[in-house]
Unconditional design. Structure first.
Length: 416
């Protein structure tokens, strides 16, 4: 069976071949591709992506064909010229199945418009058409406006511009979902929203395989940094870092040595042209609550460094205003790190409250603070959440099982 994947990111093998940095996002997609190829000699895989180059490229690396096309800076607008590109790849590779990863990028829709929807399946990742409703993370428009910086205006990159961009991508997403017959999801939340957008589409369930490093290690309470909190994402309002900062004074009251570690570059202490509005807002919250020495940005983390940061943490928190199925929570559970998460979107498909993690209402910072303090103060609870969370994650993210499920979906579609 010849399978063509259309992705939004470049795989590590391609980056090494081109001499460019390997993306720190969507590493799970590469892991899923490798799992699909392992012990499945009946699968011939090609991956098509856009890249920052000047010419079309075709590569064959470690058993996978790659089709690369130059990325045009169209601010998320539809590029009709891609239709010719997709027809060329279709004729060259002649796939039996076309799997588009992610619903929100118009280049995937360009394939469907150029080559038709026969044997096309689309994977839901985050459903930006729904997530855009929650982009501001409960921060008032007035507060966002007051903290907008000159840099934001000059670059046309205010929080409001970012929301508009997400809203527009949501429009392309709806067109994509309405254009296909087959969609892959993994939560009740995404299944319901598919039903609302395209009630005639066939929904196929398949969990995701995560990055390889996270299958190799196990969290131990005795080896973590006591009273440390870890956030894996924080650079825009939807991810909810402001809610953790609002909760932090309550946590520090009971555990004065608490530290909050945040993955990624420090965007709150920038000055002048580098400071964006959300960074300014977070900086003001940190100062207002006297937390200057409590919040530590780790810098950009590789797969291995990210894994070690999880392992050294006492608790992982996912405070987002909306999520479908957070791979960050999945990675934390796979390692056995105790998890606290906002009860939004598809989170209840990942966490059973008080069994495999602790859930709280997004707006209730008191509940967030209490949940973290419960983990800090109760070693029996922390170990139970660790063990139960890891048990379900190992099953949910079993690479062989998920690869076989995906092949079954492909065979079902190809046989219709």
């Amino acid at each position: 069976m010849k399978v063509l994947w259309i992705t939004n990111t470049l795989f590590p093998d391609v980056c090494r071949e081109l001499g460019i940095n390997i993306p720190v996002v969507e590493g799970w997609l590469y892991a899923g591709a490798k799992a699909l190829m392992n012990d499945n000699d009946k699968i011939e895989l090609a991956v098509a992506s856009l890249y920052n180059g000047k010419e079309d490229k075709t590569l064959y690396l470690n058993g996978i064909y790659y089709f690369l096309s130059p990325k045009k800076n169209l601010n998320g607008k539809y590029d009709a010229k891609l239709e010719t590109h997709w027809k060329s790849i279709q004729n060259q590779f002649q796939p039996d199945i076309i799997h588009i990863h992610g619903t929100e990028s118009p280049h995937g829709l360009a394939y469907v418009r150029a080559c038709g929807k026969k044997n096309v399946v689309v994977s839901i990742q985050g459903l930006v058409s729904i997530c855009e409703r929650y982009y501001y993370g409960g921060i008032t428009r007035l507060n966002l406006l007051k903290n907008t910086t000159i840099r934001d205006f000059v670059r046309l990159d205010t929080v409001f511009d970012q929301h508009t961009n997400m809203y527009n991508r949501g429009d392309w997403e709806k067109k994509m979902i309405q254009s296909v017959d087959h969609v892959i999801g993994r939560t009740l939340w995404d299944k319901v929203h598919l039903w609302a957008i395209n009630p005639t589409a066939n929904y196929h369930f398949c969990n995701e395989t995560l990055r390889n490093e996270f299958y190799q290690h196990k969290w131990e309470l005795d080896n973590c940094k006591e009273h440390s909190i870890f956030l894996s994402q924080a650079h825009y309002p939807l991810k909810g870092i402001h809610k953790v900062i609002e909760a932090l004074p309550l946590i520090v009251r009971h555990f004065p040595d608490t530290k909050l570690y945040v993955a990624g570059n420090d965007f709150v202490t920038n000055r002048g042209w580098k400071l964006n509005g959300f960074g300014k807002y977070i900086s003001s919250l940190i100062k207002k609550n006297g937390l200057t020495n409590k919040v530590i940005f780790t810098g950009s983390l590789s797969e291995e460094s990210m894994c070690q940061q999880y392992l050294s943490s006492h608790v992982f928190v996912c405070p987002s205003s909306i999520e479908n199925s957070s791979n960050s929570v999945g990675e934390a559970q796979l390692l056995g790190v105790p998890c606290v998460a906002s009860c939004v979107g598809g989170m209840t498909d990942l966490i059973a409250h008080n069994e495999t993690g602790l859930l709280y209402r997004f707006e209730e910072t008191e509940m967030l603070a209490n949940a973290v303090c419960e983990v800090f103060s109760n070693d029996i609870l922390a170990k139970r959440l660790s063990e139960k969370g890891r048990e379900v994650a190992i099953s949910r993210h079993n690479s062989q099982k998920n690869a076989q499920q995906l092949i079954s979906i492909y065979e079902n579609i190809d046989g219709i």
